[in-house]
Design a protein around this ligand. Structure first.
Ligand SMILES: O=C(O)C1=C[C@@H](OP(=O)(O)O)[C@@H](O)[C@H](O)C1
Ligand SMILES: C=C(OP(=O)(O)O)C(=O)O
Length: 444
């Protein structure tokens, strides 16, 4: 493959005949941004090792600094956060949140509960991503949050309210990040009485709630859980620094390399996540196994290799919505029609991912059916068409479509162009270097 860094507008990928190698993963976005906020809310100083360096963590770090919460980077891998013990030194701030859901949603709850005069805004797409369920839940318990643009969406203005929370409810079917945000702020509300959060309706993306609860526990707060329906925080619990937190490698980022191993030979080993990961997206490897790949797991690594032609699958991907995009592209190399179900949340992420995925897969010659909450992909007979893939300012569109340059067991990829590859900066700024590191041209 060639990587044309001098062309910021596109990258051309030649057919990749074989993939093999080891990839050290960047830090998990979900763990990084949660850890930063919890460390900032905690008492004491937290050392964070392996924080993700990307647009999404930069906006969180920038917001913490604007709020007067001190942190410093001491070397390439280590950050130190000086916790504010639940207080915010700066009472008025204008915060740019980029397109980071893991920054704007938890911060909205924390700022509304602690109180002050804050505005939160982001890129254009952030202003199209819903936040109404979270704002409703907070305003119902006395927060003062207003929309300064379109109702239900950022930008937001937060003023000091009078929080009286004992029981609050939030809808769970648009984004699990709303529940995550309320959970992380619940200890700040539960000063004298317990606080219970009820989930109204279905809760999507459940494994992300497990990440939230796991990290809260490490910062000294336990949450009583009644299934996925209600969550209670007993009073008097305060966040306290655990000392040091090691951030796992990003399991969603792992999906591209594991799929590459499953399609293009392998073995590919990703390092930084393993069988004990707290990230739900490690279950992506199970989907590859169902498609016929061979997966091996260690404490801190996962390895994938191909084992003949992949088989199509028909499965529910609600638990791994991000990594599921990688399956939609891997489906180009599977025999039969692959169907991904229960992924309506794709419509409200970095772009409308159901529409974007369908449009771009069709450019490669696939037959695609797109429904309100599902997509099915039938690969073309013979080679994939040469195509220019648009990425819609969505890092995952750029990363998962790089796989369409692979030579699978059944067919050869064609030279393809990926427009605006730099959008990977949201979670994986060096993605195309890492991909170049495992991609080998004709080895035969
Ligand atoms: O809490 C998190 O860290 C995330 C939750 C998921 O969002 P939804 O709950 O909106 O599906 C996921 O897509 C996102 O990338 C990260
Ligand atoms: C949906 C995603 O991001 P966010 O954390 O902004 O919701 C994603 O990374 O795929």
């Amino acid at each position: 493959m060639t990587q044309q860094k001098q062309y910021p507008h596109h990258i051309d990928l030649k057919p990749v005949m074989h993939v093999e190698g080891v990839v050290r993963l960047p830090g998990s976005k979900s763990i990084s941004n949660r850890t930063l906020l919890l460390a900032a809310l905690a008492e004491g100083t937290t050392t964070i090792v392996g924080l993700l360096a990307s647009d999404d963590t930069l906006v969180m770090l920038g917001a913490l600094r604007s709020l007067g919460l001190a942190w410093e980077q001491v070397d390439e891998h280590t950050h130190i956060v000086h916790g504010g013990g639940g207080a915010l030194p700066v009472h008025e701030a204008d915060l740019f949140m980029g397109n980071a859901g893991t920054a704007i949603r938890p911060l909205t709850a924390a700022l509304a509960v602690i109180g002050g005069d804050y505005t939160l805004h982001g890129v254009t797409r952030m202003h199209e991503r819903p936040i109404g369920d979270l704002v409703d839940a907070l305003n119902e318990i006395g927060a003062q949050i207003e929309y300064t643009g379109v109702e239900g969406f950022p930008p937001l203005r937060i003023r000091r309210g009078h929080i009286h929370a004992q029981r609050l409810s939030v809808r769970g079917n648009v984004s699990s990040q709303f529940l995550t945000a309320l959970l992380m702020s619940a200890p700040l509300m539960a000063r004298e009485q317990p606080v219970t959060i009820d989930v109204v309706g279905e809760l999507i993306s459940k494994p992300y709630i497990e990440i939230t609860l796991n990290l809260m526990r490490r910062f000294g707060v336990t949450v009583e859980q009644d299934g996925w329906q209600s969550f209670t925080v007993q009073p008097g619990q305060r966040y306290a620094s655990p000392g040091t937190i090691h951030v796992e490698g990003d399991a969603s980022s792992a999906s591209y390399f594991l799929a590459a191993g499953a399609i293009g030979g392998g073995p590919i080993r990703v390092e930084g996540v393993g069988r004990d990961s707290i990230q739900g997206d490690v279950r992506f490897a199970e989907a590859l196994e169902q498609m016929g790949a061979t997966i091996t797991r260690g404490d801190n690594w996962i390895e994938a290799r191909s084992n003949g032609v992949l088989k199509a699958i028909d499965a529910d991907f609600n638990h791994i919505p991000d990594a599921a995009m990688t399956i939609a592209v891997a489906a180009l190399y599977a025999e039969g029609t692959t169907t991904l179900r229960n992924i309506a949340s794709w419509r409200v992420k970095e772009t409308d991912r159901l529409a974007a995925m369908a449009t771009e897969l069709r450019k490669l010659g696939a037959i695609v059916e797109e429904g309100p909450d599902y997509i099915s992909v039938t690969p073309p007979v013979g080679e994939l068409s040469a195509a220019t893939i648009d990425t819609y300012d969505d890092h995952r569109m750029a990363m998962c479509f790089s796989l369409a340059s692979l030579d699978g067991k059944a067919r050869r990829g064609n030279t393809m162009r990926i427009n605006d590859p730099k959008c990977v900066a949201k979670t994986f700024p060096d993605y195309f270097d890492a991909f170049a590191g495992i991609a080998h041209e004709n080895l035969i």
